[in-house]
Write a protein that binds this ligand. Structure first.
Ligand code: XUL
Ligand code: CO
Length: 438
């Protein structure tokens, strides 16, 4: 097997002063942050679909990048070339994980049995590469949104036959995830939603999705999958309304159908934006419910209403993300760059520079989030803000020992001038800036 990314060596840390575009400015894998090497906090993953598949086609134009990797597209030779390219890419960047959909790995055949045979063959090859390199699988999933049969949904489809196709794909994708030692299995409900309520039985569709997820959990556990299942919330696109709208909605669904012990959230930054939330909001909601599992690290464009899947470079967002992750005690999953280089960034070099940007942005976010926590002023303010609940009547409320009558009696003795403290938002934002730009 010959080198694919010729002229691009292993990417090294050179520090922020370096002018070498093919070097890390902030990601220094072994550098200690709060007593642990950076790479332990940042299990980065390559997204098979974008990095090895997406070549720039959009609604108005065809590919701008060459992702053939020297083989004819749509063949098993190309599937193998993608494996070669992917492993060379990850090794040169020091990325330890990858994520995949079934159909990212091989060209889909008309017959599902043939597709599965191809999947067996390619995953044998991937396993060899994993064993030789130490690279691991973060999560697997089944693409249940591209094939026209899923136009009315997968778990939410009106057709029992299509539902069975979805089951067959999930079964196989779970087997592959177990074969590759994946830490997680993702459900992104791209077509699980509706275009109009005029033709949709929402209750029935949601119950059917839950049934499919239960079957997936049962089968996964039966074949030795010990990792987490994830829901990846997204409010819209491709459907007008998607059932896994945001973290709060998905968590409510999981609890309603008794799936909450086996599932966590895979939070994608750009999906949060589409739901009208910040990335940090989605992470916080997941974390406080004990369901922060994994992250699809990308960013959207606040001026555009769709999923642009850009490589993350917003240091504020990355910092607040890492702040949430550190406060939650880390992720059971990792940071999957569900991102693609912009269409005019069409060279091999751009593929590398995109990942360097993403990895550096999160490394900087980690450094700054650790500084916020070590500085203590923001956390200290929040603790102080709620301190009236530390003793007296407040402590009684928190302990669940107060009655409404008792609180009312207490209030009757208060002066009407009682006020909560200032929120100090501007002071806190100033502290954040002083830490970010010191
Ligand atoms: C689509 C998306 C998916 C999931 C996996 O918006 O994010 O690629 O991450 O199916
Ligand atoms: Co995603």
């Amino acid at each position: 097997m010959s080198e694919i990314f010729k002229g691009i060596d292993t990417i090294k840390y050179e520090g922020p002063q370096s002018k070498n575009p093919l070097s890390f400015k902030f990601y220094d894998a072994e550098k200690l942050v709060m007593g642990k090497p950076m790479k332990d906090y940042l299990p980065f993953a390559m997204a098979w679909w974008h990095n090895l598949g997406a070549a720039g086609t959009d609604m108005f134009g065809r590919d701008t990048a060459d992702k053939s990797f020297g083989a004819e597209k749509g063949t098993m030779a190309h599937a193998k070339a993608k494996v070669d390219a992917g492993f060379e890419f990850m090794q040169k960047l020091g990325i330890e994980y990858f994520c995949f959909h079934d159909v990212d790995l091989v060209p889909e055949a008309d017959d599902i049995n043939e597709t599965n045979k191809r999947l067996d063959e390619i995953t044998d090859y991937i396993l060899e590469k994993m064993n030789a390199s130490g690279i691991k699988c973060l999560w697997g999933t089944a693409n249940m949104f591209s094939n026209p049969r899923f136009m009315n949904g997968a778990g939410s489809t009106n057709s029992a036959d299509v539902y069975c196709f979805a089951a067959a794909q999930i079964k196989k994708a779970l087997e592959l995830t177990v074969k590759l030692g994946g830490k997680g299995y993702v459900f992104w409900g791209g077509r699980e939603g509706y275009e109009t309520l005029l033709n949709t039985d929402v209750k029935f569709e949601q119950e059917n999705i839950a049934r499919l997820m239960h079957m997936a959990v049962d089968y996964g556990r039966k074949i030795g999958f010990t990792g987490d299942f994830y829901i990846e919330p997204k409010p819209k696109e491709p459907m007008k309304h998607q059932y896994d709208f945001d973290a709060a909605t998905a968590i409510g669904f999981l609890r309603q159908y008794g799936l909450d012990k086996d599932f966590k959230m895979n939070i994608e930054a750009n999906h949060a934006t589409l739901a009208g939330h910040t990335f940090q909001h989605e992470l916080r909601v997941s974390a406080i419910n004990g369901m922060l599992g994994s992250i699809d690290a990308n960013q959207g464009d606040y001026l555009l209403g769709w999923d642009t899947d850009e490589f993350p470079f917003d240091v504020y967002e990355a910092t607040m993300c890492m702040y949430e992750v550190l406060k939650a005690g880390g992720l059971t999953g990792g940071f999957n760059f569900d991102a693609k280089s912009r269409r005019p960034s069409n060279t091999y070099e751009d593929m590398f520079e995109s990942y360097i940007l993403g990895m550096d942005t999160f490394a900087l976010g980690l450094i700054k989030a650790a500084e916020i926590i070590e500085d203590g002023r923001i956390d200290g303010f929040v603790a102080q803000k709620y301190s009236s609940f530390n003793d007296g009547i407040g402590a009684k409320i928190v302990a669940g020992e107060a009655t409404l009558e008792e609180l009312a009696d207490y209030a009757h003795n208060l002066k009407n001038t009682t006020e909560p403290c200032s929120g100090k938002q501007e002071r806190l934002q100033g502290i954040l800036n002083s830490i970010l730009f010191k």
